[in-house]
Design a protein around this ligand. Structure first.
Ligand code: BT5
Length: 318
């Protein structure tokens, strides 16, 4: 845990009451530094009582995915060992990429409550108001670029599985990696990477989930949120922790050469097999029946001309 704010929060969570001096001694900083960060926590919505003789007592916590919250009980090998939370960022993917340029550990997660210019694929805007879960995971996979799609597929599986197991919501994956509940999009994944011919340098896996946020009226007919589906608020802290745990499990499997397991699991979450669809790619619109998804994530479509492999595009069910 790097940030002083997170260390103070973790200390207050594990003690009934702590004085400013005790915190300062425990964390090796001045009492003024403690006081500043306690106020920063208060401004985020933490209710921290200060009594003259005893010190600080944590009374209540908001649902903010700070590192100290998400790290509780998160035993992962790579993912989420370090987490940076921001009330607002332009895009967690952009910020994560800037961290990579400076040098940052694999598995670092960047989370924001609001994204001012969140983006989807092909620079499409991604609406990211307060209350959603907008985050990016930084990875340095020792894999060739042809395996990158399996990492993205692992992310959408981790999300769908968490919805099912934590919330009892049936989620499906729509190629390439949208997660849908009752036919409406609740999560999108945007992976950005840098690679040489045979080796990935880095991947930034950006995951956006509508949790307790309002939806823009223009998205109402195609999107939903977990709050809408559950008819109650959902803990973003628990949600993020569970997704990171599952993503870590699948990532570890992938590094052990078990990509086929990820492909098979992904296929079990899709409803597209044997369906007739149209796909819009950069240079064509194709119609056909979905046969499968390859281990590089390409869609295999049976068309009039035979089986076509499609690397990226947007699909519509016919
Ligand atoms: C995606 O793109 O679905 C990928 C979205 C990834 C967002 C995350 S949030 C954290 C990280 N940081 C970023 O800046 N991005 C990532 P695509 O398949 O191109 O879908 C984009 C389309 O989804 C838009 O054109 C809208 O139609 C729709 N859309 C926009 N905002 C939405 C939302 N909040 N919920 C559901 N659909 C949305």
């Amino acid at each position: 845990m790097n940030a002083l704010k997170d260390k103070i929060l973790a200390s207050l969570q594990s003690h009934d009451v702590l004085s400013g001096q005790q915190l300062a001694d425990m964390l090796g900083v001045s009492r003024t530094a403690i006081w500043k960060q306690v106020n920063a926590l208060r401004s985020l919505g933490y209710e921290i009582q200060a009594t003259r003789n005893k010190g600080y007592r944590l009374l209540s916590s908001p649902d903010i995915p700070l590192e100290a919250e998400v790290a509780k009980g998160l035993q992962t090998t790579v993912i989420g060992r370090s987490l940076q939370y921001f009330p607002s960022l332009s895009s967690t993917n952009s910020y994560a990429t800037s961290l990579i340029q400076k040098g940052v550990d694999e598995g670092t997660v960047v989370v924001a409550d609001i994204q001012t210019t969140g983006r989807g694929r092909k620079q499409r805007p991604w609406s990211s108001p307060s209350g959603g879960l907008w985050f990016s995971v930084i990875l340095y996979p020792p894999l060739p670029p042809t395996k990158a799609m399996l990492v993205t597929m692992a992310s959408s599986i981790a999300v769908a599985e968490t919805f099912q197991q934590m919330l009892g919501l049936y989620a499906f994956i729509k190629w390439p990696n949208d997660v849908l509940i009752n036919g409406k999009k609740v999560c999108g994944v945007l992976t950005e990477l840098d690679a040489e011919m045979d080796q990935l340098h880095y991947m930034v896996v950006g995951i956006g989930i509508n949790v307790n946020n309002d939806l823009e009226p223009s998205l109402d007919h195609i999107a939903t949120s977990l709050q809408q589906e559950m008819e109650s608020k959902v803990s973003r802290i628990q949600l993020l922790r569970e997704i990171l745990k599952r993503l870590d499990d699948y990532y570890t499997l992938l590094l052990r050469g078990k990509g086929e397991h990820i492909r098979a699991t992904w296929l079990s979450y899709t409803t597209l097999l044997d369906k007739t669809i149209s796909v819009t790619t950069v240079n064509a619109e194709l119609k056909g029946t979905v046969v499968s998804v390859d281990d590089d994530g390409s869609l295999l479509l049976r068309t009039e001309r035979g089986i076509e492999r499609i690397l990226s595009g947007d699909i519509t069910l016919l």
